[in-house]
Every structure is written in structure tokens, then in C-alpha cells.
Design a protein around this ligand. Structure first.
Ligand code: HSE
Length: 305
């Protein structure tokens, strides 16, 4: 049996505008690389090769929390050495914590001979998500483990629905500022008007139908959010103009990626996604903030290298 496995664990876009906390998709890049080694020495040890200064204490590290959740289901006397190289910046809004948590449990499961179902791996990864943000949202972890687009119908118990989708390309502009998920959740309304709720679930239903049918015009109309985005927009300088530029360059739709600050747009093909990247870059340069742009096909998942 293998003793060490390295997993490439991709960035994910959650919420997807109309599915707060329940809809997400995986990219192919950027990704974290998580190497897990089985050890006869009990316990969990974490090291980093990226110089980002993330915690090595397994109780404070999201991958440590996820592996501890997995380990609590084992009767074998094994320990885990985890080496993390982050390609996804923490606080970027593209599922950085989920990528590390999911990468660790996918690698550990492979080393253990594939004992757990994908939904169980997501459950373990949620221990990392709770540590990172104080909330048990699975809309990054589920697409990271399952790949492609997923809907999280429930988190207690976990009920994950994989969604078929047409070929899609994502453009992600990541302003080099950090927005903590816990802060971005603190600005959300505690109660919402019924009319706004109706508009949001109508849009989510339409979006899921558009994924299944490939109706990109319906998808475009459905990418609206009356509840979460209006409350968070103020946390992201240049958001409105960057999205507008992306739409004018031919994107289907887009908005805040997860809890921000990244801004994502979906396009029907790679060439449009590239024009969208150019238009958003020109728009965002006006903010004077540093930023990075990624273009990726939708459809990656955490998998061994
Ligand atoms: N759905 C979560 C939120 C994702 O928007 O707060 C956080 O990454």
C-alpha cells in the first residue's frame, strides 16, 4: 500500500450569485497541493512549504481539523503527516480553506484504501470549514470533493446533489485584499423580506434548470441576488464596474465568489472567458489595487497527482 499521496485540491466558487450557502462549482486551477503520509507515530503533524505563515498546530489548522474528524472514525493506530503548499490565498473567496481540508481527507482516504464515501469526506472537511469561519457551509467543500457543480440540499444530514452542466469557463478576478468569511457573514441580514426570498429561490430553481438544459439565456437571467450581494458589495472596491465590464465582454453572468473579495464571471467558451478577463482587468486597474486573474474550465475536483 502507498505510504504518501499528494492531492491537487482546486479552488471553488460558492453561492454562484443565486445559491447562497447551497450552490458551488469547482475550477481546475488554482489549487493547493496537500501531501499526506501515513505514520506509525500517532497524532497529526502539519508543515507548510508556502511561507504564508498559516498555523501548524493541528487544532488551529483547517486540514488538521478535517483529518482529526476522519481519524475519530478509525480504529487503526495510525498518525498523519500533512505537508501543505497553498496555491490559493486564504481569504480570497475561492474556497481556500475547503481546498486544504478536502485535499487532506481525500489523500488520507486514498492511503487508507478508499474506506469513505465522498459525502463522508465532505463531512470531515466541514470540521475545517467550521474552524475557518464558524459556520458549517458545504458549498465549497462539496464541489471540491465531488467536482463540477453541486447543490447542497442539506448540511444536517448532508445531502449533496451533483448537477450536470454544459461546458462552462470561469474568469476569477482576485483583488489582493483579504475578506474574512466570518466578517462577510456578519454583514448579512438576519431576516429577509418574503418577496426577496421568493425572487432568490425562483432564480436558483431557474439556474439549476438552465444547467440541465444548457439554456444560457435563462442562466444569465437567473444570476441575480436580492439578499446577500447587496449587503456584501461594499466590502469589495470596484465590484460593480468589474462585473459590468465582464458582462459587456460577453459573460453569461457573475458576481461575488463565495464571501469575496474575488469576483467571478461564467462564459460559454474559453475565448470569451479570456476577453472577460481583459475587460475586468482594465476596469479593476482603475481601483489602484493589486489583483490576479484566473481563467479555468469548470469541472475540477480534489484528486491524487
Ligand atoms: N457560502 C459561504 C458564504 C461561502 O458566502 O459565506 C464562504 O466561502
Amino acid at each position: 500500500m502507498e505510504n504518501s499521496v499528494t492531492v491537487r485540491s482546486p479552488a471553488t466558487v460558492s453561492n454562484v450569485v443565486c445559491g447562497f450557502d447551497c450552490l458551488g462549482f469547482a475550477l481546475r486551477e488554482p489549487f493547493d497541493e496537500v501531501r499526506v503520509t501515513l505514520s506509525s507515530q500517532l497524532g497529526i503533524r502539519i508543515s507548510h512549504t508556502d511561507g504564508l505563515g498559516l498555523p501548524s498546530d493541528p487544532l488551529k489548522n483547517v486540514a488538521g481539523a478535517a483529518i482529526a474528524a476522519l481519524q475519530s472514525r478509525l480504529t487503526d493506530g495510525v498518525g498523519f503527516d500533512i505537508q501543505i503548499h497553498k496555491g490559493i490565498r486564504p481569504g480570497s473567496g475561492i474556497g481556500s480553506s475547503a481546498a486544504s481540508s478536502c485535499g487532506a481527507v481525500v489523500a488520507a482516504d486514498r492511503l487508507l484504501g478508499g474506506r469513505f464515501k465522498p459525502a463522508e469526506l465532505v463531512e470531515f472537511a466541514l470540521a475545517g470549514e467550521e474552524l475557518a469561519s464558524g459556520s458549517r457551509h458545504a458549498d465549497n467543500a462539496a464541489p471540491c470533493v465531488f467536482g463540477g457543480f453541486v447543490l447542497v440540499r442539506s448540511t444536517r444530514p448532508l445531502d449533496i446533489v451533483e448537477l450536470a452542466h454544459p461546458p462552462l469557463y470561469a474568469t476569477v478576478l482576485h483583488p489582493q485584499i483579504e475578506v474574512k468569511t466570518s466578517d462577510a457573514r456578519a454583514v448579512l441580514p438576519r431576516e429577509v423580506p418574503l418577496a426577496s426570498a421568493v425572487r432568490n429561490w425562483s432564480n436558483l430553481g431557474a439556474f439549476v434548470a438552465a444547467l440541465a438544459s444548457g439554456d444560457l439565456e435563462l442562466m444569465s437571467r437567473a444570476m441575480q441576488d436580492d439578499i446577500v450581494e447587496p449587503a456584501r458589495m461594499a466590502l469589495i472596491p470596484g465590484f460593480h464596474n468589474a462585473r459590468q465590464a465582464g458582462l459587456e465582454a460577453g459573460a453569461i453572468g457573475g458576481g461575488i465568489s463565495g464571501s469575496g473579495p474575488s469576483i467571478f464571471m461564467l462564459s460559454a467558451d474559453e475565448r470569451t472567458a479570456s476577453s472577460v478577463a481583459d475587460a475586468m482587468s482594465v476596469s479593476y486597474a482603475a481601483t489602484g489595487l493589486d489583483f490576479r486573474v484566473y481563467i479555468s474550465e469548470v469541472g475540477g475536483s480534489a484528486a491524487a497527482e
